[in-house]
Design a protein around this ligand. Structure first.
Ligand code: GLY
Length: 582
């Protein structure tokens, strides 16, 4: 108790001294810094320029929501694979003043002209070209409306100030990283489908940008200026809306002026759970992430993971079996709550978790074919990015945004300079047929006009005694849930600080296919044991990238950008004359 009180006094002392002194970001203008510490704020994002922009906003007195808005728009410029204004996202905000967490949903929405069988060919098979690479694959974008909503309700600085860095980056350009150069080279087939895409991402004549060369995006700059001047009307009405609708008319597109004008943002309380004395808050549906992370934590609470230890076959087995039950439930019960009654209380119920835990035997592997989605007792009344932010006021933001697959549909809105999402593929185009992430679904997630596709994005915040201690989230499609889950388990069960909590190799099982995916880094003995236990084990590719922040007792804030993906960055806030380097 005395220790806590002392820490609190030190903490308050540091905070009040920060108001009197200039705050300065730890790493602006340099190359990506993946791990850093700060005292008065932290931004961790999948592109270091995005993190630097957010930290500058914090340094100028903005709060975490202001920083999230500025970072979001900056990422739309410097991280074209998933940063966006043509997609959507989720924002979780912990409001220190009210000690509560709210969830802002700006997920893309099916256009009014969408229909349940729109991606089926004459034989009734899913046409993946249409569901992932056509104008029809684009849902009505939500990002601009969502960021505006967050700012209007919770931000402090003027809206236009938050767009200014993104406009500058689009107009004056930013240096292409090795990673982006290589990505643009390898994805020319996707980005080159429209003339606008070719003109923006390739040199005249189709040549490639070399690392270090400046990428300028003048049409995007014009669009961002319209948004800066007119708010959402600069995007959902007027010239930009006209350009989106004109793009649709080039083939298969469904988004109309009415769809754009009718787009709405929703705010709801975060979904909450508890795990070994910590509170875990995350995104409610149409995210499947929050609910199933809490469900999985509830199941894992029945096992002593500290005793079996991180990375051991015994721990992996318990986690993989837990994941299978959660993803089986996901396939049946999850969808847009405006269209489908999600049995939220039952899925996050400790008793239901105990029933699942009872079916998990140490060393036992139940084939996915024998696992079916659970039945609630009675109806109750590729490519994403993530950034985490903490400010000096004690607020925290955990935001995931997406275009769906890398570079979304690959279609650039001519004249407006931004990529359109292909989020319609997150719907279940046909019951039981896997989408691009291999995830299956049913009626709850069928395509309907005005409905939001089920998402795996799982921004999450872990709290202790009502205060955030760990802010986490990741890109990675269907693998997001298990990546975020493991960052939390590493932090709580294995008492890892943010670095190892993010860095430790991860596993993934999503029920179907019945395959246990392991990242490289597990010991050969562990892999042999898992195969002997009956798992089909695949070791290989990494899909996720957790961007996390830890707030340690005593006030230090540690940021860690997952080095699994290049270009990420963590930028902390310190006072200029601090003796301690941070
Ligand atoms: N498009 C990825 C997700 O929302 O899950």
């Amino acid at each position: 108790m005395f220790r806590t009180l002392l820490q609190f006094i030190v903490f308050i002392g540091f905070f009040s001294s920060a108001y009197a002194q200039e705050l300065s970001p730890t790493a602006t203008g340099q190359e990506a810094v993946y791990a850093t510490a700060g005292r008065y704020g932290m931004v961790v994002a999948q592109h270091h320029i995005g993190a630097e922009v957010g930290a500058e906003i914090l340094a100028r007195g903005g709060n975490a929501v202001d920083a999230a808005v500025a970072t979001g728009f900056a990422l739309a410029v410097v991280l074209p694979r998933s940063g966006n204004i043509g997609g959507g996202g989720f924002m979780l905000v912990y409001l220190a003043g009210e000690q509560k967490t709210i969830a802002i949903d700006y997920r893309e929405t099916a256009p009014a002209a969408a229909s349940g069988n729109m991606f089926l060919d004459r034989q009734g098979n899913v046409d993946q070209q249409l569901s992932t690479k056509s104008r029809a694959s684009a849902g009505v974008p939500g990002t601009v409306a969502g960021l505006y909503y967050a700012h209007r309700k919770y931000g402090l600085l003027p809206w236009a100030d938050l767009l200014a860095p993104a406009i500058r980056l689009a107009e004056e350009g930013f240096p292409v990283s090795d990673y982006l150069a290589q990505l643009l080279r390898s994805r020319k087939d996707r980005l080159g489908v429209t003339r606008a895409g070719l003109e923006i991402f390739y040199k005249p004549g189709g040549g490639f940008y070399a690392p270090g060369e400046m990428l300028r995006q003048q049409d995007l700059a014009k669009t961002l200026k319209r948004i800066a001047e007119n708010g959402p009307d600069g995007f959902y009405r007027g010239p930009v809306a006209d350009l989106i609708v004109a793009e649709m008319a080039r083939g298969h597109g469904l988004i109309s002026h009415a769809d754009l004008e009718n787009y709405t943002v929703t705010e709801a309380p975060a979904v909450t759970g508890s795990y070994r004395g910590f509170e875990v808050v995350s995104m409610p549906p149409p995210s499947s992430g929050g609910v199933h992370i809490i469900q999985m934590l509830n199941v894992l609470e029945n096992f002593d993971l500290r005793q079996t230890g991180p990375g051991s076959a015994a721990t992996i087995q318990v986690m993989a079996e837990t994941m299978k039950y959660a993803y089986a439930d996901r396939s049946q019960h999850m969808g847009d709550p405006a269209f489908h009654e999600v049995p939220l209380a039952w899925l996050t119920d400790k008793e239901y978790a105990r029933q699942i835990a009872g079916k998990i035997k140490r060393g036992g592997v139940v084939p996915s074919s024998q696992i079916k989605p659970g039945t609630p007792p009675a109806p109750e009344s590729p490519e994403t990015n993530h950034y985490s932010i903490v400010d000096k006021y004690g607020n925290a933001v955990s935001t995931s945004t997406t275009l769906n697959l890398t570079f979304g549909s690959g279609i650039v809105v001519a004249g407006a300079g931004f990529l359109l999402n292909n989020e319609m593929d997150d719907f279940s185009a046909k019951p039981g047929v896997p989408n691009a992430y291999g995830l299956t679904g049913g009626a709850a997630n069928a395509i309907e006009p005005g409905k939001r596709p089920l998402s795996s994005m799982s921004p999450a915040i872990v709290l202790k005694d009502g205060k955030p201690v760990f802010i986490t989230g990741s890109p990675g499609g269907g693998r997001i849930l298990t990546a975020v889950l493991q960052s939390i388990v590493n932090f709580i069960d294995f008492e890892n600080s943010v670095g190892p909590a993010v860095q430790s190799p991860r596993i993934h099982h999503q029920w179907l296919p019945d395959v246990l995916f392991l990242e490289p880094g597990f010991s050969p003995e562990t892999i042999i044991k898992l195969r002997q236990a009956g798992y089909t084990v695949k070791v290989g590719q990494v899909f996720t990238a957790v961007e996390a922040i830890e707030i340690a007792p005593g006030g230090w804030i540690y940021g860690y950008a997952d080095p699994r993906r290049a270009d990420g960055g963590a930028v902390g806030l310190c006072v200029e004359d601090m003796a301690v380097a941070c």
